[in-house]
Write a protein that binds this ligand. Structure first.
Ligand code: CMP
Length: 140
């Protein structure tokens, strides 16, 4: 089933010049990029994105980090995009992310883990809606 998912290359991924490498993996896997932008997120947007983590021990660290530099936001479309993209990025903690996954190959720690992708279709819709207007999504 064709799905859309939200993907974000985090500040460490941008700083380490991994944008091309990461986009290349999704393109080679046959996914279409239907929206993309480079932004420096403000605190209010970061709090909206990560509202489910409010109150957790790492919340402040997470908000400070995600607003520390530019990120690349994307909407990716393809067959079973939500679960396939999650498999391609690997586990949150790079120690558990297999080689061949984006985090397994590049992430340095649980917080500086290069990339985010939605973990369900519902979340994908919510997260896309934070960063993109419906008219910004390209029809392919
Ligand atoms: P992400 O997929 O963007 O969703 C929430 C983020 O919180 C996660 O990636 C990590 O970057 C971060 N995170 C989760 N657990 C921890 C933790 N224990 N310590 C620091 N950051 C964490």
């Amino acid at each position: 089933m064709k799905q859309r998912t939200f993907v974000m290359i985090k500040p460490d991924g941008v700083k380490r010049r991994l944008i091309g490498e990461i986009i290349s993996r999704f393109e080679k896997r046959g996914f279409n990029i239907v929206a993309m932008k480079l932004i420096h997120m403000d605190r209010a947007t970061a709090e909206r994105l990560y509202e489910e983590h409010r109150g957790k021990s790492f919340y402040e660290e997470l908000i400070n980090y995600i607003t520390s530099g530019p990120v690349v936001c994307m909407v990716i479309e393809g067959d079973e995009a939500v679960s396939v993209v999650r498999k391609m990025i690997g586990n949150t903690d790079p120690k558990d992310a297999p080689p061949g996954t984006i985090r397994g190959d590049f992430a340095l720690s649980k917080s500086e883990n290069v990339i985010h992708a939605s973990d369900s279709e519902e979340k994908a819709k919510r997260e896309m809606g934070i960063f993109f207007a419906e008219k910004e999504l390209i029809i392919v």
